[in-house]
Design a protein around this ligand. Structure first.
Ligand code: HEC
Ligand code: HEC
Ligand code: HEC
Ligand code: HEC
Length: 461
């Protein structure tokens, strides 16, 4: 009598059993942890695997020294050092502490101070790393001062993005393949159907970032009409697909489900404060990329640039790195006065706005599209002229210098013009009578030090 197990049915059962185990191996072992994000019954739970979350937390590298600032006594750095336009107001002790921290945050350990400095001459600006580091201090200040709507009092330091590496682990470049592949026999694929991690390996567009995090395309899926209306800046299938690709990035970067920010019954609703924070995050990234990263394109060596020669850019993962609050919400920035915004001396140094009967000229800081309050006061004449019918329309045109990259300059000039248009509308000018004109380059201002190269002109017609 044979009790052997190779009966065909048994074999089938064994195969089935093994495949069931294989299938289950793709699942996560319970128990899961569910946190309520919204009102009961709104399906706004965040479901997490506590073991994966614990592993994620453990993977956050040990934070380098985060000691409180020394009392501001003794000589100032600018009393002793020659070339310290940004950190000169710190005490010498605090200045040295900042240098030590920056070294731990971004420099490769083997290079230390020499990663940015040339030998013993610390005042020398010969290395591109030092030039960029100075711009990075400005960018970090811009985040901590201008984007409290997103980073609150937690703020960021160089470590938030760099984590001890010269190049942050998560940055994005424009993809190599042109999006508008109209030469191909298959026509325009709108960037779809290319296996890419960032789009969750789906057939969604693989470059949703350029449109939203560099350009000012609006996230828009829900339309007001029954059918999609073209591919402009309104709701369309193209925009829907781009939105979903971007949303995958949000979820992945923060290590959360869609319901962390949404009630999935209607993605359009604003039920969670987290969605508001994320909304400001999109705007913050545009600002960081357009006003800070892109202008550095010529400063970076070719080896650091992307396949199309663009500079590395910031997205949600650059700071978040898989957790909903970068570094678990650790408040490091408050201990570093040098990374906090200073009363922008540059803005105060701008000339007063020039107000003529049919023309108003407003000035901007270097690389900035923020309209200073004193400048916006110059708009009164234009607003009154429109209200009194003395002008039919006003033309708003941004000017930029001939220094740096043309595309970045144009974008900056455009952002400045947009800031002025918004200020005009906010002051009561009818939006339909405020027209944006093309950005223009001014003649011979190579270094951009002349404020007239950073102006917006408002002309009454
Ligand atoms: C990531 C780049 C970077 C690293 C690394 C770095 N520094 Fe600096 N250092 C700078 C920048 C940027 C300035 C100019 C600050 C300013 O504009 O106010 C500066 C300025 C200085 C100055 C002032 C020199 C002068 O006379 O003007 C000294 C001194 C200095 N650093 C020392 C150090 C020491 C010591 C280390 C290593 C512990 C170090 N730095 C590491 C970027 C760096
Ligand atoms: C919001 C994120 C972010 C913050 C905050 C930040 N950086 Fe960067 N940094 C970047 C990105 C993105 C790059 C471009 C990466 C590359 O080099 O390709 C970069 C590049 C650099 C480089 C050039 C690296 C190289 O070798 O090419 C230096 C130096 C640098 N950062 C210093 C700093 C310092 C110093 C601070 C803090 C004062 C700082 N960064 C804060 C995002 C950030
Ligand atoms: C970290 C927060 C956050 C996460 C996580 C998130 N979203 Fe969003 N989502 C937003 C914000 C903010 C907007 C609105 C952006 C705007 O108006 O500029 C938005 C907009 C949308 C829209 C467009 C709604 C409209 O008004 O047209 C859809 C659809 C959407 N999200 C789907 C998703 C899906 C699907 C996921 C999960 C894969 C997800 N979101 C994850 C923050 C988030
Ligand atoms: C410059 C770094 C930086 C970038 C880039 C960034 N964030 Fe944040 N984010 C932070 C910091 C810091 C906090 C913590 C603020 C706090 O403590 O309340 C935060 C908080 C949040 C929160 C609130 C989390 C909570 O638990 O309350 C959301 C949601 C969020 N970020 C979404 C995003 C999205 C979406 C993007 C990309 C569009 C993004 N962030 C890009 C730095 C950043």
């Amino acid at each position: 009598m044979s009790t052997r197990t190779d009966h065909p049915n048994r074999r089938l059962l064994a195969v089935l059993g093994a495949s069931a185990l294989l299938l289950l191996a793709g699942c996560e072992r319970p128990p899961m942890q569910t946190t309520q994000q919204g009102f009961r019954g709104t399906a706004m739970q965040n479901t997490e695997n506590p073991r994966i979350v614990a592993a994620q937390r453990a993977a956050v590298p040990a934070v380098p020294d985060d000691t409180p600032a020394p009392p501001p006594v003794g000589p100032k750095a600018s009393d002793i050092y020659k070339n310290v336009p940004l950190l000169g107001d710190l005490s010498v002790a605090d200045f040295n502490r900042h240098m030590a921290a920056i070294t731990a945050w971004v420099a490769p350990p083997a290079e230390g101070c020499n990663y940015c400095h040339v030998g013993e001459n610390f005042a020398d600006d010969g290395k591109y790393q030092k030039v960029i580091a100075r711009k990075m201090i400005e960018m970090t200040r811009a985040v901590n001062g201008g984007w409290k709507t997103h980073v609150a009092d937690t703020g960021v330091t160089c470590y938030t993005c760099h984590r001890g590496q010269p190049v942050p682990a998560n940055v994005w470049f424009k993809p190599e393949t042109p999006l508008r592949n109209t030469q191909s026999i298959l026509g325009n694929d709108f960037g779809q159907n290319r296996v890419l991690q960032t789009a969750g390996l789906t057939s969604l567009p693989y470059d949703p970032y350029s449109a939203y995090l560099l350009g000012d395309q609006n996230v828009k899926v829900y339309g007001k009409q029954a059918l999609p209306q073209g591919i402009g800046n309104g709701a369309s299938i193209l925009h829907t697909e781009q939105t979903y690709a971007l949303m995958m990035h949000f979820s992945k970067s923060l290590g959360v489900n869609c319901t962390f920010c949404h009630n999935s019954q209607s993605f359009q609703q604003w039920v969670s404060p987290k969605k508001v924070t994320a909304w400001h995050g999109i705007r913050m990234e545009r600002d960081l990329n357009v006003a800070h990263m892109v202008p550095l394109t010529d400063t970076f060596p070719a080896s650091r640039k992307g396949p199309t020669g663009d500079v590395a850019k910031v997205y949600c993962a650059t700071c978040h790195q898989g957790v909903n609050k970068p570094l678990g919400g650790l408040q490091m920035a408050r201990n570093y006065a040098g990374l906090q915004p200073v009363a922008l001396a540059a803005a105060a140094a701008l000339p007063a706005p020039l107000v003529e009967p049919t023309r108003t000229v407003l000035y901007f800081g270097v690389g900035s599209s923020d309209l200073a309050a004193e400048q916006s006061r110059g708009l009164d004449t234009a607003v009154t002229a429109l209200a009194a019918g003395r002008a039919r329309v006003v033309l708003v045109s941004g000017y930029h210098s001939a220094a740096g990259q043309l595309a970045a300059n144009r974008e900056l000039a455009k952002q400045r013009a947009v800031a002025v248009r918004d200020a005009l509308v906010a002051a009561g000018a009818p939006a339909a009578r405020v027209q944006l004109d093309k950005p223009q380059q001014t003649e011979a201002n190579v270094a951009g030090e002349d404020p007239s190269a950073r102006r917006v002109e408002v002309t009454l017609r």
